[in-house]
Design a protein around this ligand. Structure first.
Ligand SMILES: [Fe+2]
Length: 195
């Protein structure tokens, strides 16, 4: 199983995690309001930009995550569901990366907004094309060393193929808002490139 398809915890449920900071509810209210004004079948690029902006206060909240919600895994990076929209419009995750942990090269099936809460992850970006035989070919275009407070957005499809990894010697914590439900199918966000 690729490292970026680690399931969400089995006890993940709709609504806010029982130990989620109140700032999570404020953020999710903002996202719901942003989504209320757009067509769910044609999400404009401005949506992930506005959600990334709304991540700012969360990233600046010192006690946002209790010990349980920043627990790592020695196997691969660890996902914690902070909020799952009951209407299945979006999901907010906290991901914890120990030194050396990272994703495979991947794309997404829905919009996303990502922010660095702690540590210094790298994000490698790729151009991706599909050959006549249906195989994907990727070429790295940049590798960005990120810092706490940094945000980025991803669009669905092959236009924002990337890889996140922790090359530092300290844990990394990132927040990820994705425009779909990840309770019924935790892997629904991953676009399989079959590299
Ligand atoms: Fe990703």
């Amino acid at each position: 199983m690729p490292s970026d398809t680690r399931p969400c915890p089995a006890d993940a449920a709709y609504g806010a995690h029982a130990k989620a900071h109140p700032a999570v509810a404020t953020f999710c209210d903002s996202v719901s309001e942003i989504l209320r004004t757009v067509d769910a079948d044609q999400i404009p690029d401005e949506v992930p930009n506005r959600v990334a902006e709304a991540l700012g206060p969360l990233l600046a909240t010192p006690d946002l995550l209790c010990d349980e919600l920043r627990q790592p895994s020695s196997e691969t990076y660890c996902k914690h569901v902070l909020y799952a929209c009951p209407d299945k419009h979006f999901t907010l995750l906290a991901l914890v990366w120990l030194p050396g942990q990272g994703t495979v090269i991947h794309g997404h099936t829905a919009w996303g907004a990502v922010g660095v809460y702690a540590g210094t992850p790298n994000v490698a970006c790729y151009d991706c094309v599909e050959n006549d035989d249906g195989r994907h070919v990727v070429t790295q275009t940049k590798d960005i060393l990120c810092a706490p407070g940094d945000t980025a957005t991803v669009r669905p499809g092959l236009c924002d193929v990337h890889r996140i990894y922790n090359a530092s010697d300290a844990p990394v914590v990132t927040l990820h808002a994705y425009g779909l439900d990840l309770i019924e199918d935790p892997d629904a966000i991953n676009l399989d490139l079959n590299l």
